[in-house]
Design a protein around this ligand. Sequence first.
Ligand code: AMP
Length: 601
Amino acid sequence: MAVESTLSSPLGPPACEKDVMALQFIEEMTRNVDAVQERVLAEILSRNSDTEYLRRFRLKGATDRDTFKAFVPVVTYEDLQPDIQRIANGDRSNIFSSHPISEFLTSSGTSAGERKLMPTIHEELDRRQQLYTLLMPVMNLYVPGLDKGKGLYFLFVKAEMKTPGGLVARPVLTSYYKSDHFKTRPYDPYNVYTSPNEAILCADSFQSMYTQMLCGLIMREEVLRVGAVFASGLLRAIRFLQLNWQELAHDISTGALNVKVTDPSIRECMSKILKPNPELANFIMKECLKDDWEGIITRIWPNSKYLDVIVTGAMAQYIPTLDYYSGGLPLACTMYASSECYFGLNLKPMSKPSEVSYTIMPNMAYFEFMPHDPSTPLPSRDSPPRLVDLADVELGKEYELVITTYSGLCRYRVGDILRVSGFHNAAPQFNFVRRKNVLLSIDSDKTDEAELQKAIDNASGFLHDFNTSIVEYTSFADTKTIPGHYVIYWELLVKDPKNAPSPDVLNQCCLTMEEALNSVYRQGRVADNSIGPLEIRVVKNGTFEELMDYAISRGASINQYKVPRCVNFTPIVELLDSRLVSAHFSPSLPHWIPEGRKTLS
Ligand code: AMP
């Protein structure tokens, strides 16, 4: 029952006493955006005034926005990399932050093919945690009764590595799940998970997924929401069920845990959860045996009210598949965050994916916005653009997000393009438009045009021996398969048909391309099994000319026409596929060093 009267929030009546404070906090932050931003910047600058980085810009103790903007440059990761490398190598001096660097967070964005390393400080965990505590109070405004059951969330940790200087480097969610903030979180009836901590914290992705799915099946009637961080992760879980339901049902029928799950802490905790239940096992087998898996999520978890997954940005490509498996359950995108900083939350989490907007919380960092007009060239170093404050962005305009964090990033370009879609109080709300320079993405991998070109160059080197060259190419993220995979369309010029590259050679080209792609891609292929083998589709000669004709018929200028390096418009993909000569897949996994065994140099 909603909490009435004086405690009611403009967002809606809080569901319980505990939510009152969270909603009041959101109100306070969104009403006072500019003042909070001014305070946050002053706090960051005064505490970090003695850092090597800020001393370079001679702020002379100033903590105001004008001085900061006049003296401190807008930067990218590459600008900071030499200093970041010093920290990785063991330099403990105050380079970016007056607080000690507690660890590195490894971003899924890459630089020179490797994950970016984001130095962070211990206190940031509190800030992330605080944003998490706002999510359920907002959700409770829209979905009642979430305290009457559990959430089936597929959450995973990934391997960690150590930098030469001894700091841990790992993804931000791994850091969070392994923190006491998560592990020893107090009981909250609105936040009960079916997955035991032991399963979430198991680094072996098979054992972790198996146990989480098993628990989800055992507690199927209690499950009120099903989720993962990103849409691709939830679909991977469905695929896992497709491949493993027989073994899972066997465990449920007998009450004995699969011997493939060897982690002692999981075995120990599952001994309390898993009991023989032949009736449930039969039900699962009956559902999974059906040829058609449409609506499988609601068939197995009949009380689920929504899917909690991010489907904005690159993840929008999974919406139709999620709708298919869930019978159209609402898709809730609750928050917007990154390794560098957690940004904000969706105050209307049940809104349609195309209407999702995120409200940036002004206490998380100091935010600036670089006007982004796709039709004008990017600003050069000599004419830096004027950045706009959070309180000053304009409705309908697009901006690139620039952050200054408590960990010491100053005027750092995140690379995300956002569009102002509205306001809550004085706080702007943003549609996530896209990440800059991302051509292909299946899971957390992000491949840009230069990386794809390099992969193509490597593969064409392979074709030289066969007197064959790649005349044109384009690419497509095929998400009809689970996991999805990259498709590269090639038009080839075979100069000596007697010595044409064999199917084996073309398969090998797929692998050569994969070897050239960045480490997040290769980790997705090798360790996470979140990306399928790369496919080359050879198309008939003349296909790319037809593609140009098609674009021109739709209004493209013949003089300015450039072959798109990625296609996703269905008629174009269909045109390419209708000219297919042969298809080839990577015959094995590319090279990827498990992070635990990698030393950074
Ligand atoms: P990472 O640095 O690997 O944590 O990735 C962070 C990036 O993921 C962000 O900068 C965005 O590009 C993307 N991202 C995070 N949250 C969302 C969201 N809710 N919608 C769309 N993209 C997101």
